[in-house]
Design a binder for this molecule. Structure first.
Ligand code: COA
Length: 326
């Protein structure tokens, strides 16, 4: 029996910073309102010539360097994204080419903001089964391309970025202890991008009505997020015979500070055990958890033997968790 160990992390955020004050110039909002309701103060925006695979490749190279792994050793690359470079080929194939991982199989996963947890679970299964030994998991998004910059209910929330981890087959006493994935397709319309696919193909009407952009039922999504994140945490803790106080770090999807605080209150976890970077990056969808993990790892907040719970939720509706013993 094998387990997957996270042997490297990496992340990348585009250089351009968009602050809440910048948003005040384009929509009717205020820094105070956004900071109070979401905890977000600024987000990064990709430049015109940066696509998702560009962000993903930099995060991947940083994770490989951290791991000390040659790209040619990779067996599999999985990219979680809702903003792929193209309809096809997959963004993972484009990343494979950019980083020179010529031996690897590569594919994308679509699970919106839960994408990284889904991709991590898939990669973990390949390692546990003994099929693959070295796997690269990436969450990467250029959300700014699917945002309606006139919709103040959504444009304040999202940002661009990428995060990556390298999984390596390892001993059974540490690594990814468990993953749990869930979906409820009946709630598909809470947060979605209606146009541009086979249901409503691209057209001038799609662009005029901004159907190629995110539509969200904000307050309903908020309530479901708190419930699913709390349930996912309890499920992961129970499966590993752990109590909330046993956790060294909680890395939740960085959607909204109030959602995270509500979940933390339910679990009675100390706030200093929670990794939060949404004040600087906003909600980077599938990139948010690996970006936060990388920041924590590089700041020295993670020690060998630590119990780390990562959990996400997002469009689909999808949610899930990964419990790691570092
Ligand atoms: N600036 C100022 N006012 C705003 C605003 C903005 N950016 N966005 C909405 N408002 C206004 C609304 O128009 C409304 O005004 P009204 O009372 O005069 O009608 C008021 O603020 C309250 O709106 P509401 O939508 O109820 O606010 P909220 O407290 O639910 O906060 C969100 C809105 C989007 C911040 C919040 O619902 C949220 O974060 N939901 C979860 C979204 C999420 O995480 N999505 C990603 C899932 S992965």
């Amino acid at each position: 029996m094998f387990r997957s160990k996270i042997i490297g992390t990496g992340s990348y955020a585009p250089a351009k910073i968009m602050t809440n004050h910048d948003l005040e110039e384009i929509i009717s909002t205020s820094d105070h309102w956004i900071a109070e309701r979401t905890g977000i103060r600024e987000r990064r925006i990709a430049s015109k010539n940066e696509a998702t695979s560009d962000l993903a490749a930099i995060a991947a190279e940083r994770a490989l360097e951290y791991a000390g792994l040659d790209p040619m050793e990779l067996d599999l690359i999985v990219v979680a994204t809702s903003t792929p470079d193209m309809v096809f080929p997959s963004t993972a194939c484009i990343v494979q080419d950019k980083i020179g991982a010529r031996r690897a199989a590569a594919f994308d996963i679509s699970a919106a903001c839960s994408g990284f947890i889904y991709a991590l679970a898939v990669g973990d299964q390949y390692v546990r089964s003994g099929t693959f030994s070295s796997v690269l998991i990436i969450g990467a998004e250029v959300m700014s391309r699917i945002i309606d910059w006139t919709d103040r209910g959504t444009c304040i929330l999202f940002g661009d970025g990428a995060g990556a981890v390298v999984l390596k087959r390892g001993r059974v006493d540490s690594g990814i202890l468990s993953t749990h994935l869930h979906s409820d397709g009946a709630l598909w319309d809470l947060i979605h991008v209606p146009g541009g696919g086979s249901r409503i193909p691209p057209s001038i009407d799609v662009l005029e009505r901004k159907l190629n952009c995110i539509k969200m039922k904000g307050s309903e999504t908020f309530k479901v997020a708190v419930r699913t994140l709390a349930d996912a945490a309890w499920e992961a803790l129970k499966a590993n015979n752990l109590r909330p106080s046993d956790l060294d770090l909680l890395i939740p999807h960085q959607a909204n500070m109030r959602i995270i605080k509500a979940v933390v209150e339910k679990l009675e976890i100390r706030m200093d055990k929670v990794v939060m970077n949404l004040d600087r990056f906003g909600n980077t969808s599938a990139a948010s958890i690996p970006m936060a993990l990388d920041e924590a790892a590089r700041e020295g907040r993670i020690r060998e033997g630590n119990f780390i719970l990562m959990e996400g939720f997002g469009g689909g509706l999808t949610w899930g968790s990964a419990m790691v013993k570092w």
